[in-house]
Design a protein around this ligand. Structure first.
Ligand code: 2BA
Length: 150
């Protein structure tokens, strides 16, 4: 019988799957929502990580959250985009992974989140693991098993 810890070792580590920080679009906690929306629209992503000036991970900001915040009673109040800072409305209660975790640790979290941030022991931002990268690994594994039985 294979233990959970043994089965984890068969899968890649998070550090080998993640998109490194330098390739991840992000915003700073003190940025106004106007800037965050610009980054989200220009990058094409629906949500991106939020960092502080020391590159410590703080949370996630999404287009949906920004639009919800600016929606008044009858119309969007776009002037509010310059008045509110990212840290006021970001989602700070999101799970993180360590570079030494295994893919299976990401799998559980990616059920509820499209990406999970990777931080080192000091809380510094190392990158993200996306649903795409994990699904790619599963697809590769599946085809290897098929070949094995052919
Ligand atoms: P979403 O922006 O909702 O994107 C959902 C999926 O759509 C992505 O899945 C990807 O397959 C595709 N996609 C969206 N925008 C894209 C773009 N500009 N270029 C290429 N493909 C794009 P995943 O790749 O699994 O990403 C999951 C989530 O991770 C994304 O959700 C986004 O919030 C975040 N993400 C991925 N790559 C990122 C990066 N380089 N910088 C910041 N955030 C990123």
């Amino acid at each position: 019988m294979v233990s959970l810890e043994q089965s984890k070792l068969e899968w890649p580590k998070i550090k080998d799957l993640m998109i490194p920080s330098e390739k991840v679009a992000h915003v700073q906690i003190g940025n106004p929502l106007e800037h965050a929306l610009l980054v989200l629209v220009k990058s094409g992503y629906s949500a991106v990580p939020v960092l502080d000036p020391t590159y410590t991970f703080q949370g996630v900001i999404s287009k949906t959250k920004i639009l919800e915040e600016t929606l008044g009673i009858e119309e969007f109040e776009l002037n509010r985009l310059g008045e509110i800072q990212v840290h006021e409305i970001m989602d700070a209660e999101v799970p993180c992974l360590s570079p030494e975790d295994h893919m299976i640790d990401a799998l559980h979290k990616l059920i509820d989140y499209p990406f999970v941030c990777v931080t080192n022991e000091a809380g510094e931002f190392d990158g993200i693991v996306t649903r795409r990268s994990v699904l790619k690994q599963y697809s590769k594994h599946y085809h290897e098993i098929l070949k094995h039985y052919e």
